[in-house]
Design a protein around this ligand. Structure first.
Ligand code: COA
Length: 388
């Protein structure tokens, strides 16, 4: 299928952003993307905006037009909600619209404000991405659900808390120089193992944090890029999305994520590549076990074998397949509606050479983003390639 050039990207710093609203953060991210692309709000034909818990945290629905307006855009706009995969899905919608030949310039991305409410309120708000009748009523939260998956993984395949800790250590290491990341501090395995328990086997450092932030990207048609001399360096060349039964207890397996497996296959087929062709990836490590499940679902590892990848250094910055060079959700932060767009922003910069960790992947041609909703009841995979 045709390439969709990424003309510009931008994101805010992720973290505790005080009084800043989602609209302000999206406006900043979009402004950076316009500057990066050399385009203006008037150039935009349509906006897809990812946001999950606006009604809960900001009493704000109907946020598509609000986000567009904040970016100075009056074109048609739609909020895309797919829990933590909201802005990954927004990116995919944009790719499809451009490929259909419907439009030439799309603004995609998302924003989320989470730290203006308490952790308890945020946890309850996030739990709305689970099955309200069965999971929420029995007390399931997302740390709880993923801890069930981790314990089941240990039971089926082995592995240990130390192996999960190595994932957190790696992702914190990757974020140290990333000024947009929430946590720019190194941690070690002892820090992870000694941290307060959130939900066994997870401690504090096995979890992504509550975060505020915004992300944006400008996608254009190849014709538009040529006509306007944009010369973007990176394009989206493959996209895939799939779903699964919402509730964890309805799944065949608690240690496989078939929505991600199928989304990946769709994206690989679309791009005409396989997992072995991927040089670098940003995956949805909302909890340490989630990175393991992601790299297995993406076909980088066989089921049961991803648990040792970080321990063996294979996914480290100098490993064979660097994973989450941005710091991932764990250290870069996870403002849920902004995360998929931030993965695109960070990976684009990594591939075109203007990210603080770009040197580690200077030979890379192909990168992949994996953005999951809930306990991977929805998943979007996008494949990016350096344009020759
Ligand atoms: N990793 C590292 N440090 C963290 C952190 C995390 N995930 N979460 C909070 N911290 C730090 C804070 O920066 C703060 O440090 P400081 O005292 O130096 O400022 C300290 O820990 C306490 O922060 P606080 O916000 O009070 O933590 P908390 O105990 O209320 O919440 C979690 C911690 C892990 C429970 C919370 O971040 C959480 O629920 N995360 C999961 C979010 C989630 O489910 N997302 C959706 C995924 S599907």
């Amino acid at each position: 299928m045709s390439r969709v050039p990424i003309a510009g990207v931008g994101m805010t710093k992720f973290g505790k952003n005080g009084e800043r609203t989602s609209r302000e953060m999206f406006a900043e991210a979009a402004g950076k993307a316009f500057e990066d692309a050399g385009l203006a709000p008037d150039d935009v034909d349509e906006v897809f905006y990812g946001n999950f818990m606006g009604e809960i945290a900001e009493q704000q629905g109907h946020s598509g037009p609000l986000a567009a307006d904040s970016a100075g855009v009056t074109a048609p706009s739609t909020r895309i909600e797919s829990a933590c995969a909201s802005s990954g899905a927004a990116v995919r919608h944009g790719v499809n619209r451009i490929r259909n030949g419907d439009v030439d310039v799309i603004l995609v991305g998302g924003a989320e404000r989470m730290t203006n409410i308490s952790t308890a309120e945020g946890t309850a708000g996030l739990a709305a991405a689970a099955d309200a009748l069965w999971e929420i009523k029995s007390g399931v939260t997302f740390p709880g659900a993923y801890s069930l998956m981790a314990n089941r993984y240990f039971h089926e395949h082995g592995g240990s808390r130390e192996d999960l800790a190595e994932i957190a250590v790696k992702n914190h290491d990757n974020a140290v120089e990333n000024e947009l990341a929430q946590f720019q501090m190194e941690i070690d395995v002892d820090d992870v193992l000694g941290a307060p328990t959130v939900c066994s086997p997870f401690g504090l450092y096995d979890c992504s944090p509550m975060s505020d932030g915004g992300s944006a990207a400008l996608l254009v048609s190849e014709d538009f890029a040529d006509d306007h001399g944009l010369g973007p360096d990176v394009a989206i060349v493959g996209t895939g999305q799939d779903g699964d039964r919402l509730a964890l207890h309805d799944r065949v397996s608690m240690t496989r994520t078939p929505a991600a497996e199928r989304a990946a296959q769709m994206a690989y087929d679309d791009a005409g590549i396989g997992p072995d062709d991927v040089d670098v990836a940003e995956v949805h490590d909302c909890f340490t076990i989630a990175e393991v499940l992601a790299i297995e679902a993406l076909g980088f590892y066989e089921p049961g074998e991803g648990i040792k990848a970080a321990t063996n250094g294979e996914t480290a910055i100098d490993g064979d397949l660097p994973i989450n060079l941005s710091g991932g959700l764990k250290a870069k932060g996870h403002p849920v509606g902004a995360t998929g767009g931030a993965q695109i922003s960070e990976l684009t910069k990594l591939l075109r050479g203007d990210h603080v960790n770009s040197e580690a992947v200077s030979d890379a041609d192909i990168g992949l983003t994996h953005n999951a909703g809930g306990t991977v009841a929805s998943c979007v995979v996008n494949v990016l390639e350096v344009m020759s």
